[in-house]
Design a protein around this ligand. Structure first.
Ligand code: KG4
Ligand code: ZN
Length: 344
């Protein structure tokens, strides 16, 4: 293994992400960056059910995973035998969906005589800003906001994570998704709320859950109830004008982003670390980025906009940062429930 100037080993990693409803494949070279990246989103498939159907997700991963791996190899102009290791998401996520990625990763690695690197999905998100030119240095504080998580994490180095704050109920992305559903918007609703909010004003002052709780915990289920009550009072979703929908969306976005910003700043002040990484699907929210950008004393890092939601590039990148742990011990088991603190 050859050490390069970033402090990591030189390696070409195939990354496989199948934890939920996206089949994400990528080839990442620790010196050259992303060599190829392919993503198949199952959103249209699940949209008709208003959320992810696990069995359908697994079946669709089976169909897409091999063609996407072949497409990446073709795009990067490499042969699969040229890769150094295969990194894949081992959890948390949907059991059946994870198993597809783990089986293909281990089977392919065995056939090529290459090692595997199991990756924690949230570590993929946490490290994803390293896919940008402007990379953070460690230690940093991470605000990890996705469909299933709202966490503030102190990141000392790869694998050394301390959870400073967590959600007591709904995650930030979940709050966007559930309130979007009340407005009859497609799933997942975060980006549709953000789109409507662009044409809205904050007409309704919605609660900022746990804003003054003096800790770093989150809770968004009260917001969901407040939005349901508001829509009911206004006569039901069918009676709302487009402008009122935009105003409700703006009010939702302001409430969620205010809480995320205030808690992040509190985490930075408490720890005295003034570098913030924001990752996970909700980090694509431009209003959140705008508000954090207004705070002069902090430096904020994000993943590239198209790599905020689930993708294979973040898994391949995490694999390259963990290449020294690559092993020839093929193991098909996955960890659907996998707290970040259990990472080794
Ligand atoms: O990280 P991710 O792809 O999947 C999980 O690991 O959960 O995050 C998906 C979440 C969804 O809740 C989606 O609504 C939210 O990210 N999201 C957004 C935006 N784009 C995606 N939320 C707010 N604003 C956006 N622009
Ligand atoms: Zn995710």
């Amino acid at each position: 293994m050859l050490l390069i100037n970033t402090g990591y080993y030189m390696a070409l990693i195939l990354g496989i992400e199948t934890s939920c409803d996206e089949t994400g494949i990528a080839l990442y070279d620790s010196q050259k960056g992303i060599m190829a990246h392919a993503l198949y989103s199952q959103i249209a498939l699940h949209n008709q059910y208003g959320g992810v159907v696990p069995e359908l997700a697994s079946r669709d991963h089976v169909k897409k995973i091999i063609p996407l791996i072949n497409q990446c190899a073709l795009d990067a102009n490499i042969k699969l035998k040229d890769i150094d290791a295969i990194a894949y998401t081992t959890g948390p996520g949907l059991n059946g969906a994870l198993l597809i990625g783990a089986s293909v990763a281990n089977g392919l690695a065995f056939s090529l005589n290459k090692p595997v690197i199991p990756i924690h999905h949230l570590e993929g998100h946490l490290l994803s800003p390293f896919l940008c030119e402007d990379k953070p240095s460690m230690p940093f504080i991470a605000l990890l906001v996705s469909g299933g998580h709202s966490q503030l994490i102190a990141v000392k180095q790869v694998g050394e994570y301390t959870i400073l704050g967590d959600t007591l109920d709904d995650a930030a992305g979940e709050a966007f998704d559930k309130t979007a559903k009340m407005l009859n918007l497609p799933y997942p609703g975060g980006k549709y709320i953000a789109l409507l909010a662009q044409n809205g004003i904050e007409e309704f002052k919605l609660p900022r859950p746990m804003l003054h709780s003096n800790d770093l915990q989150f809770s968004f289920s009260g917001l969901k109830t407040a939005v349901a009550t508001l829509i009911h009072k206004l006569g039901g979703v069918e009676t709302l004008t487009q402008q009122t929908k935009c105003n409700i969306a703006k009010s939702i976005e302001e409430s969620i982003t205010d809480v995320l910003v205030k808690k992040s700043v509190a985490a930075l002040k408490t720890t005295g670390i003034y570098q913030l990484v924001v990752s996970g699907g909700v980090s694509a929210n431009l209003q959140l980025r705008h508000k954090l950008g207004q705070i002069p004393e902090i430096k904020v890092y994000y993943p590239p906009l198209d790599l905020c939601t689930d993708n294979g590039a973040m898994i391949a990148l995490a694999g390259s940062m963990r290449y020294h742990l690559a092993k020839f011990d093929y193991n098909f088991s996955v960890t659907p429930r996998y707290p970040l603190e259990l990472i080794v």
